[in-house]
Structures are given as C-alpha cells and as structure tokens.
Design a protein around this ligand. Structure first.
Ligand code: CP
Ligand code: NVA
Length: 304
C-alpha cells in the first residue's frame, strides 16, 4: 500500500490494521529523514476549539512537505455567523486539497465529509481524537520496539481520547484497559466496536478500579477530567475523579518498564502528579513530538 489518497479520517477505525501499520512505519521513516515527499498542496484548519499541538503540528507538517496551510478560524469566516456546514463544505472543497476539523459533535464532522470530496481529517471531536492516537501508538512502539504483547492502561474520563485509544489499540492488537468512574465510562458502542476490531486476539477491558487496571501495564495514560466544552462541570468532577489520579503509587503497580503518556495539556496534581509527569518514565514530550511525524505521514498518504 502506498497511499490513502483522497480518504477521510473521521475515526481511527477508518483505517485497516495494515493501513495503520503503514502510517506508523512511514512516520518512523519521516522522523529520521528517510522519506521526504513534496506536496505542494493546501490544508485548511477549521477549528472550533483551542489547540496548540494539533494546530502547530499540522501546520509544520504541511510546510515540511512543501505544502501550505490556511487558518479557517470560525470567527473570521462565515462559519461563525452560521453559514450552513454543507454550503461551507462544498465551497472549501473547491479551494482546498484537504481540511482538518476540530469541533464538538462527530455528526458535524460527518456532515462536512458527506458534502466535501477532499479528505476530511478529524482533528478532535467530542467522540474521537484519531490523530492523537497515531502519535501515541508510535511512541509506544518506539519505547518497546514492538506493539506485540503490550498492554496500555487508560485511567480517567471515558472521553474522545479514551475512545480512540480503545479503537486504535484494538486495531493494532495492543491490549487496552480503561478505568473510569462508572458514570464516566466510555460509550458502550465504542467498546463493542473495539471488541469487534480486536477479533478476540487482544484484550479490551473496561473497569472502574484504577489499581486493577494499572497492574502490570506497559503504559499508563491519562487525560483531563473535564474536556473542552465541559469547563462548567470541572468542580463537580474533581472529587469523583480524584481516586483516578496517576501518581507514584499507581505507577508502582505497572510493569517496571512502563511508560507514562498524556495527550496534553495536563493539569498537574489533578489527573497526574508533577512527579510522574516530569519523572523518568514519562514520555509525554516525545509523544507530543510524534504528533508531527504521525500527521506528516497521514497527510503525505492522504494527499498522494
Ligand atoms: N493533544 C492535543 O490535541 O493538544 P491540542 O489541544 O493543543 O491540539
Ligand atoms: N479530552 C481533551 C483532549 C484535549 C487534547 C479535550 O477534548 O479537551
């Protein structure tokens, strides 16, 4: 397989296992400068939420590929004044070569993709964050040399990142455990989809006890307790999530070689302690760097 030309990436599960492995290999080669395709194309960034890593890594990836980026901030386009998405999609489709969208509902992303012929990339929705998970799996593979036989344990809110981890790990045969408070568990339909993707060959486990989940894991992963759009709930969520903090005691239960991952931005002493985030087992900065390499591989592949 040489290209995913013209495809959409709305969910990490839009990739086959072979395609996901191809992207990780391409990202690893691009990281060491082995592959440097030229891509004189234009990517639009239509972001309804804040972003540092995704925005900058997509921009730099396009520049490094020889392409360009247009920032389609909703406030400076007609999107912010309510122009219907199907209209926006059919117009931007005629100018751009691809578009990365960060928004709330997955249905908005799907609607845009239904009306645009160019590749549409999910740059984070409330349901999924597939580009993040490509970088996470690359980081995990770099740390252990392989993904075979590894167990990743996500502790915290059953949110967009948890969903894409469930699907991405299942796709690539990585055992995945998600521990969340019962009322913040991942969506049952995503868990069912992950189980189907794993084909029974790897573990897909959802539980409520963080200690049981962390035992022997090769990676401990967490994310914020209140995602973008949930800021008003942050105070109520704090005491519920407190037992789900990744700290030195929890890390001691994992495999001695375990790495610690966080998609960032992080809240020290909330979902993760500073001692763990800044400690020797943390790979969060490498993980953030890998956003660039993974997305460069994705763009090169989607744009042909
Ligand atoms: N991890 C991540 O997507 O970060 P940003 O919100 O800064 O893009
Ligand atoms: N779950 C977080 C991830 C941020 C990168 C959010 O959606 O805000």
């Amino acid at each position: 397989m040489e290209t995913l030309r013209g495809r959409d990436l709305l969910s990490i599960a839009d990739l086959s296992r072979a395609e996901a492995e191809y992207l990780l290999d391409l990202a690893a080669q691009m990281k060491i400068g082995k592959v440097a395709p030229q891509c004189p194309k234009v990517l639009g960034l239509l972001f309804q939420k804040a972003s540092t890593r995704t925005r900058v890594s997509f921009t730099v990836a396009m520049y490094q590929l020889g392409g360009q980026v247009i920032d389609l901030n909703p406030q400076s386009t007609q999107v912010g004044r309510g122009e219907p998405l199907p209209d926006t999609a059919r117009v931007l489709d005629r100018y751009l070569d691809a578009v990365a969208i960060r928004t709330y509902g997955q249905a908005e992303l799907q609607l845009f993709a239904d009306y645009a012929r160019i590749p549409v990339i999910n740059a984070l929705t409330d349901r999924e964050h597939p580009c993040q998970i490509l970088a996470d799996l690359l980081t995990l593979r770099e740390s252990f040399g392989t993904l075979a036989g590894l167990t990743l344990c996500y502790i915290g809110d059953g949110n967009n990142v948890a969903h894409s981890l469930l699907l991405g790990c299942a796709l690539l045969g990585v055992n995945i455990r998600v521990a969340s408070p019962p009322q913040f568990a991942p969506l049952p339909e995503i868990v069912a989809q992950a189980k189907a993707l794993s084909g029974g060959k790897s573990e897909v486990t959802v539980l409520t006890d963080p200690q049981t989940a962390a035992k022997g894991a090769h990676a401990l992963y967490t994310d914020v307790w209140a995602s973008m759009g949930q800021e008003a709930e942050a105070g109520d969520r704090q005491p519920i999530f407190q037992p789900y903090q990744i700290n030195d005691q929890l890390l001691a239960l994992a495999d001695p070689r375990a790495i610690v991952l966080h998609c960032l931005p992080a809240h020290r002493e909330e979902e993760i302690t500073a001692s763990v985030l800044e400690g020797p087992q943390s790979r969060v900065w490498e993980q953030a760097e890998n956003r660039l390499h993974a997305q460069k591989a994705l763009l090169a592949s989607l744009l042909g």
